[in-house]
Design a protein around this ligand. Sequence first.
Ligand SMILES: Cc1ncc(COP(=O)(O)O)c(C=O)c1O
Length: 306
Amino acid sequence: MPFSRTGKVWMNGRMVAWDDATIHICSHVIHYGSCIFEGIRCYKTLKGPAIFRLREHIERLFDGCRIYRMEIPYTVDQIVAATVETVRANGGDACYIRPLAYRGYESLGVDPFPCPIDVAVAVWPWGAYLGKDALEKGVDVQVSSWRREAPDTLPAMAKASANYMNSQLIKMEALVNGYAEGIALDSFGFVSEGSGENLFLVKKGTIYTPPLTASILPGITRQSITTLAADLEIPVVERSIPREMLYIADEVFFVGTASEVTPVRSIDRQTVGRGMRGEITGRLQSEYLAVVTGQKDDRHHWLTQV
Ligand SMILES: Cc1ncc(COP(=O)(O)O)c(C=O)c1O
C-alpha cells in the first residue's frame, strides 16, 4: 500500500508532518529491534470513522512494554487519546493505525536501560491485506519450514518488532514458493499461527484454535471471533492442534486486524474442504465485518467513534 505523504504523525506528544517523522540512525531500536507496536483498524461507519477495539490494542502495547521492562512515559488513556487525535488529524473515513513504543537515541550497546522510550502513532490507508479476492475466494498457503520462537526465547505475547524477523522468513518463503502466506508450527511441532494472523479451523461444526502456549500473539481479532462465535452458538475449542488436522479440516481461516477473516482454500496444495469460503467462515466473516463497520449494533462496545 502506498503511503500518503501528506499525513501527520504523533511523536512524543507532538503532531509532526509525515516527512519529518524521523529518528536517528543510532537509535537503539534500529540496532537491536527494541520496539513494541500495534496494528489497529479504523472503519468507515454510518456515524463516521470508528476505531475497532482501541483500548484493548493500547493495553496490549503496554503489556508488551512491561514484558520488556519498557516504561511508557504516558498512560493508556493518553495513548488512546493520541490515537484518536492522529486519526482525526489525518481526516478520511478509514485507515490502518500503527502505534509504536521504542528505545530511542541515547547510547548504543545491548543494555537498553539508558535509552528513552519514545512513542509514535502513524496512520495510512490499508486495504485487504492478503489480496483483493482473498476475503471472498480464500488464499493458498503452505506450512512453513520456519518455526515460531520457542516459549523461552522471544515472548510471543509481546507484539515486538523483533518477532517479525521470524514472520518475515515465513512470509518470504511462502511468497517465493507462490503462496499468499505461511502457517508456522511452534517449537514442539504443533500449529501456531500465520506470519501476521491467528488461525482457526472447523471440523464437524466445531471451531478449533491453538492456545496461547503455542507461541501465538494473543490476537484481538481472535478474541473477537471467539466472542462472535459464542453469539452465533458455534462451539469453539482452544487446544493444541497437530499439523495433520490442517489437512482434514472442513474449513480453515486466518484472522487478524489486517487480514480480518480470510478463508484458506488450500494448504501445501491440498484443497481445504471444497476449496472455497466455508459456511462457518462465511457466517463469522459477515458478522465480523458487519460489527466493525457499524452495520450491526455495537453490542460488545468495541467501537470508538472518532
Ligand atoms: C503474528 C501475528 N499473529 C496474530 C495477529 C492478529 O492479531 P490482531 O487480531 O490483534 O491483529 C497478528 C496481527 O498483527 C500478528 O502479527
